[in-house]
Design a protein around this ligand. Structure first.
Ligand code: NAD
Length: 343
């Protein structure tokens, strides 16, 4: 049996795609998820893509007993820790819920790993830790000034992991700061299905294209950007997934802690995304430019050179591919993993 990698939050958007990349790289993903923001039916879809059904364990990262059982039952070589809550607005309304899930959950996980003698960890951080950066592209050395509780949970866990490594230098930790993950697996079998109104641009655009929503409200058309709309670094979720595998491989080569941006290094505006999605789908995306949204920054994209130098990884998929893959998923699964929507 190939080495087991425990994937907390493995039934979620990025976690499920990472399971595909892990299997392709010869690892056995072990999904650990409480399904608070995931559909268990993703596991059957993964079986179709991977060729065998991944083990999926229902459990909570805040439960030491749940985690201890997994470490006792399986020979786990490393952990990729996606489990967490990610909605900025919810984190403002429920900071304690976010600190509990994201920070306390990560502490319990690290304690369980320490007890089990597992010292390889890849952690899902976020470009949100930078807040409103002084410059783009944003290098890892940029100041961290997270502007909301969600971003602070990520930054706190980064600092906890740095302290953990300081105390235990044999640990192998990769902190990955994602920019804007979008797209879906090219099969169209797995993808992102936000519950309720999407907070992010790409799922919103997809839902307009498929007729679930009337039009997209573009927040701000007067930013100091080439077309006036906000610019972000969209990165294909499969590129991101492969970045996690590259981080594991790096950890196998040497202990230490690395903090790396995962992005393309290129910015795309809201209007660029709309145009690309229109090309991919053949649909026109109704949109209306409105006022800026408080807290949004004009432009924000990654400097990914350290990730390339350290991991030998770079994002290769284009914005057109991101939109084409999002569209394939959305069109085939307008209601996510609901059976009525299955192909
Ligand atoms: N999607 C993004 O834009 C983005 C950007 C930067 C960082 N991240 C981080 O990447 C990670 C994965 O994000 P995603 O987009 O796949 O989100 P997601 O919500 O699809 O996946 C998170 C998964 O974690 C599970 N989960 C949540 N709390 C849990 C707990 N206490 N115990 C066990 N499982 C739990 C959920 O059920 C879900 O399956 C998150 O930590 C998120 O903060 C996401």
């Amino acid at each position: 049996m190939s080495p087991h990698i425990l994937v907390t939050g493995g039934a979620g958007f990025i976690g499920s795609h990472t399971c595909v990349a892990l299997a392709a790289a010869g690892y056995t993903p072990l999904i650990f998820d409480n399904f608070c923001n995931a559909d268990p039916r993703v596991v059957e879809r993964l079986e179709t893509i991977i060729g065998n059904k991944p083990v999926a364990i229902q459990g909570d990262v805040r439960s030491r007993a749940d985690l201890d059982r997994v470490f006792e039952q399986y020979r786990v070589q490393g952990v990729i820790h996606f489990a967490g809550l990610k909605a900025v607005g919810d984190s403002v309304a429920d900071p304690l819920g976010y600190y509990d899930n994201n920070v306390a959950g990560s502490v319990v996980l690290a304690q369980a790993m320490l007890a089990a003698g597992v010292d390889t960890l890849v952690f899902s951080s976020s470009a949100t830790v930078y807040g409103d950066p002084d410059q783009s592209p944003v290098p890892e050395s940029a100041a961290c000034r997270p502007a909301n509780p969600y971003g602070r949970t990520k930054r706190m866990v980064e600092e906890i992991l740095s302290d953990l490594h300081h105390a235990n230098p044999s640990w192998r930790i990769s902190v990955l700061r994602y920019f804007n993950p979008v797209g879906a697996h090219e099969s169209g079998l797995i993808g992102e299905h936000p519950r309720g109104k999407p907070n992010n641009l790409m799922p919103f655009v997809s839902q307009v294209a498929v007729g679930l929503r009337d039009k997209l409200a573009v927040h701000g058309g007067d930013y100091p950007t080439p077309d006036g709309t906000g610019v972000r670094d969209y990165v294909h979720v499969m590129d991101l997934a492969e970045g996690h595998v590259a981080a594991l491989r790096h950890s196998e080569r040497q202990p230490g802690i690395v903090t790396l941006n995962l992005g393309t290094g290129q910015g795309a505006s809201v209007l660029d995304v709309i145009k690309s999605f229109e090309r991919a789908s053949g649909k026109s995306i109704a949109h209306e430019i409105g006022p800026r949204r408080p807290g949004d920054v004009a432009a924000n994209w990654a400097d990914p050179t350290l990730a390339t130098a350290t991991l030998g990884w770079r994002a290769t998929r284009t914005l057109d591919q991101m939109c084409a893959d999002s569209w394939r998923w959305q069109q085939a699964n307008p209601n996510g993993y609901e059976p009525s929507a299955a192909r």
